[in-house]
Write a protein that binds this ligand. Structure first.
Ligand code: ADP
Ligand code: ASP
Ligand code: MG
Length: 419
């Protein structure tokens, strides 16, 4: 039997009526002759509520118990979806991660897949079941504990199942009808893309476009999964939505394909550090050990002896990290200072920042993208605090209050509303 993976996100299963609507989409594919693996998220808002319960109980929580609590949202929707399909006369059952069993690493809260053995689900398909409804976002560690994959992780469950079961396609049903040039909630001029290259989608996702979890795109790229994003609220067919695919399949070639943004950024500056070999390592080593994901880094040019108490050259170091890691970063720096590994006069945290990025594989072969980007921001009077670039993206850190304005200005400057 040909097999499809269909994933329904939180808003697509937000209540019983929406679960029924999603089940009808599944029924349509079953009627076309597919076996279907359905991956479900928790009902929208449910995971946030569960995270709140954990944080309200224990500030420095045991990550294994966090996972036990937070994974439970998906169990509810998996069971309800299976029941709804049964009501429609479709042989279906639910699977929690451990029942498959979905084997992951023991990195609680951000576990990675190790193996998805097919035997149990294949046996049920062989018995005549048409649909396996699998709880997204979860798995089981080598120690037999429940794990979760990080927020938005059901996308990754879907792609991993599509790879493991050789699915014809992995359809991600969500509350938008595809991947847009930028978040349609921020720019009314955002344009839906028919296709987007894996590399571009990977950058957009990792730079904040949460329509797909970054890891899901990585897996799709590695295992050549045909990945599609489409609306769960509209009538859809084979041509709907956005296909995430190899660069070679795409005719349209723009220098910039999309604008991404992230509000969840913070900027930390260490003032007056020594400018000597090894100082960066003495700062970023402890940050890495503390699990801080440092993103952008700027080191100022050196100033000479600024007073008698500080002989030798000095400089300042600025870096950005996710806003919820600021406390950890601060503690790592204070501990490193107390241990005599680094010296600084002051540590300043700025949490009123946002990162805005332009992404496009065309940048590899075009000059002037950075200049155009900085021009567009300057024209709006937006000051750039930090810049970072890679082969196919340019990111800037700016005041958060200008984020929407920056996204719109860049969308206009690169004429993304035009096909
Ligand atoms: P789900 O609950 O279905 O997983 P998410 O909220 O995780 O849905 O992802 C869908 C949301 O992603 C959309 O509602 C949209 O606001 C946001 N989004 C951000 N960037 C983009 C983009 N470039 N294209 C489409 N949607 C985007
Ligand atoms: N329910 C989880 C979350 O909200 C996983 C997901 O929806 O993909 O992050
Ligand atoms: Mg999501």
């Amino acid at each position: 039997m040909p097999l499809l993976v269909m994933k329904f996100g939180g808003t697509s299963v937000a209540d019983l009526a929406r679960i029924e609507n999603a089940a009808k989409k599944v029924r349509k594919e079953v009627e076309r002759g597919y076996d279907v693996i359905v991956i479900v998220s928790a009902m929208s808002g449910e995971t946030n509520k569960l995270v709140g319960y954990v944080e309200g109980t224990s500030k420095l929580y045991d990550a294994r118990e966090y996972d036990a609590v937070v994974a439970s949202g998906e169990n509810v929707t998996a069971g309800l979806m299976a029941l709804r399909l049964q009501e429609m006369g479709i042989p279906a059952r639910s699977w929690q991660g451990w029942q498959v069993p979905i084997q992951t690493t023991a990195q609680h809260g951000s576990a990675r897949f190790v193996d998805i053995p097919r035997a149990n689900i294949d046996a049920k398909f062989a018995e005549g079941f048409k649909v396996a409804v699998v709880a997204g976002f979860q798995g089981v560690s080598p120690e037999g504990r429940i794990t979760t994959l990080g927020r938005g992780g059901s996308d990754t469950t879907a792609v991993a199942f599509a790879a493991a079961f050789g699915a014809e396609r992995c359809d991600i049903y969500t509350d938008v009808d595809g991947v847009y040039t930028t978040d349609p909630r921020v720019s009314s001029k955002a344009r839906k893309l028919d296709k987007i290259a894996f590399e571009e989608m990977l950058e957009l996702a990792s730079l904040g476009a949460k329509v797909l979890q970054t890891r899901s795109v990585e897996l799709a790229m590695r295992y050549k999964v045909r990945l599609r994003v489409l609306s769960s609220f509209e009538d859809t067919d084979e041509t709907s939505g956005t296909l995430v695919c190899d660069e070679e399949e795409i005719m349209e070639s723009k220098v910039v394909s999309g604008v991404a943004f992230s509000r969840e950024e913070a900027k930390i500056t260490l003032f007056t550090i020594e400018d000597r070999p090894g100082v960066a390592s003495a700062i970023f080593g402890p940050l890495a050990d503390a699990g801080v994901n440092v993103d952008m880094i700027v080191q100022n040019i050196s100033e000479k002896d600024y007073d008698d108490a500080h002989p030798g050259a000095v400089t300042d170091m600025t870096f950005s990290c996710p806003i919820n890691q600021v406390d950890r970063a601060r503690k790592a720096m204070e501990d490193a200072k107390a241990a005599g590994l680094i010296g600084y006069d002051e540590l300043i945290v700025d949490t009123d920042v946002a990162k805005v990025s332009v992404v496009g594989i065309g940048m590899r072969s075009h000059a002037g993208v950075a200049a155009k980007m900085f021009n567009a921001l300057a024209a709006e009077g937006i000051n750039i605090k930090v810049i970072s670039t890679s082969e196919i993206k340019i990111s800037v850190l700016i005041d958060r209050k200008y984020m929407e304005l920056a996204v719109q200005a860049l969308h206009d400057a690169f004429e993304l509303e035009k096909a």
